[in-house]
Design a protein around this ligand. Sequence first.
Ligand code: PEP
Length: 254
Amino acid sequence: MKRFLIAGNWKMNKTSAQAVHYVKELKAQNLERPEDVAIIAPFTQLEPLKKALEGTGIALGAQNVHYEHSGAFTGEISVDMLKEIGVDYCVVGHSERRQYFGETDATVNKKLKVLLEEGITPILCVGESLETREKKQEQAFVCGQLAAAFEGISLEDAAKVVIAYEPIWAIGTGHTATPEQAEEMCSFIRGMMEGLYDISIGEKLLIQYGGSMKPGNAKDLLSKKDINGGLIGGASLKVKDFAEIAHIAAELAE
Ligand code: PEP
């Protein structure tokens, strides 16, 4: 049975009231495999969402974390704070955080370590810019991001990390990578992780594709051998579109 994780990254959208309403509507969509679905929400919505999602089987995730447990880091949120709420996932290294908020390969590595230590599953985002792809350096670039992200992380811990391949040129642009381009990179990532660790890690890893995934292209993308789901931005904001992608994944999982 193929494994999937369909995660909706809401980015900086929705109030808590809207978030709770969304869950009410999502419940009515009767997801076949809610355990393969996660909502990745802004910090202020995590607590109300945790309550709203109780008993649904749908997981909850944060969009960022600080790598220190506490201290003088105004505006930041620690892993202990996330743990107290009971989040399952936390996105690390999203390209928007790398671009606008100074996230680096070094901070990504520290964040992975603190999340793994505390039992929250990281969703690690990697992916190249259009310029890098045009120079045909996308594999070398992603390879560098992965090597830096996993430095000092054991095989056992590395196998728990969800990797999201998100080509920057496809995020929020409407330009989806073709299923072939997405599969090529996800397969490369699996192979690269096997090389970095051990052949045994390949079958354990969940590798998502992210970048303008929507109901109309989800089946072609999710049918690919090395794509275990999606990190979905825009389309996850609409309950019906998000549920439709989850239905497609559930069908393909069988
Ligand atoms: C994302 O936010 O990770 C993403 C892939 O966004 P979108 O689906 O809107 O391209």
